[in-house]
Design a protein around this ligand. Structure first.
Ligand code: ZN
Ligand code: ZN
Length: 253
């Protein structure tokens, strides 16, 4: 299994996974041409993608889904509530190939399965994902809300993970965000801090690597997030930070 973060953060999220002849995109928060060119820089053609799977209705995850379908012919997988919310005001445009799933369902693409897991994040019907293929398991876990019941067990089953590490509490509290937004981010339906994420990964006894994702621009830095994770883990596995502005390298699982 190979995976690439095409971008991650509140300015847009998109992850690519290929395994066993199946090519998947998770989230469409960056414009189609950017996703295509970043895949192209790794020798991949976006037109070869078999499915786009959407995590939740926030714009940084779904805003360009309609374009991916109309321009590149990619089928969309989404929950009914997320679809209804995302379509409000005609924001997705005309769609012709949509498959609805319920969070908790297992999606099958040939020999690849994608487990969908509901989250307490403040989307209308958020999900995170575990991609399973040939005995390997990759987590794509952002916009988690908080460390909900069952999440450590999921982490303990994974071989590799993209994991939310959104903010540093001190930077958030002294930073420029309005009070309501600070409260939302730290609240039980917001995002995980560096420390919450690092403590969570202590359950990851099978993990070969972790790529930190959805880092805040104002309230975090890749250096700080990586340092906290490396300190807490005792340096047992390599850590990477997904960029808000560029594709990652190709990670192998
Ligand atoms: Zn987000
Ligand atoms: Zn969100």
């Amino acid at each position: 299994m190979l995976a690439i973060s095409l971008q991650s953060g509140s300015n847009g999220n998109c992850f690519y996974v290929e395994t066993n002849g199946t090519k998947l995109l998770f989230d469409a928060g960056i414009c189609g041409s950017r996703a295509a060119s970043r895949l192209g820089s790794h020798g991949r053609d976006i037109r070869d993608v078999d499915a786009l799977i959407i995590s939740h209705d926030h714009a940084d995850h779904v805003s360009c889904a309609g374009i991916y379908q109309r321009k590149y012919g990619i089928p969309i997988f989404i929950t009914p509530l997320t679809l209804r919310e995302a379509e409000k005001g005609g924001r997705l445009g005309k769609l012709r190939d949509v498959t609805c799933f319920r969070s908790g369902d297992q999606l099958k693409f040939g020999a690849v399965s994608v487990h969908t897991i509901p989250t307490p994040h403040d989307g209308v019907d958020g999900s995170v994902f575990v991609v399973c293929s040939s005995g390997k398991r990759l987590g794509i876990l952002t916009d988690l809300g908080h460390v909900f019941s069952g999440l450590p067990d999921i982490i303990s089953s994974l071989d590799a993970v993209f994991i939310e590490s959104n903010y540093d509490p001190a930077m958030l509290s002294t930073g420029p965000y309005p009070a309501f937004l600070k409260k939302r981010i730290q609240g039980p339906q917001g995002h995980l801090s560096n420390m919450e994420s690092a403590e969570l990964l202590r359950s990851g006894s099978r993990l070969k690597w972790a790529c930190l994702a959805h880092l805040s621009e104002c309230n975090n830095s890749p250096e700080l997030a990586l340092r906290i994770h490396r300190d807490i883990s005792g340096g047992k596995i390599p850590f990477y930070a997904a960029s808000r502005y560029a594709a990652s390298g190709v990670f192998a699982i």
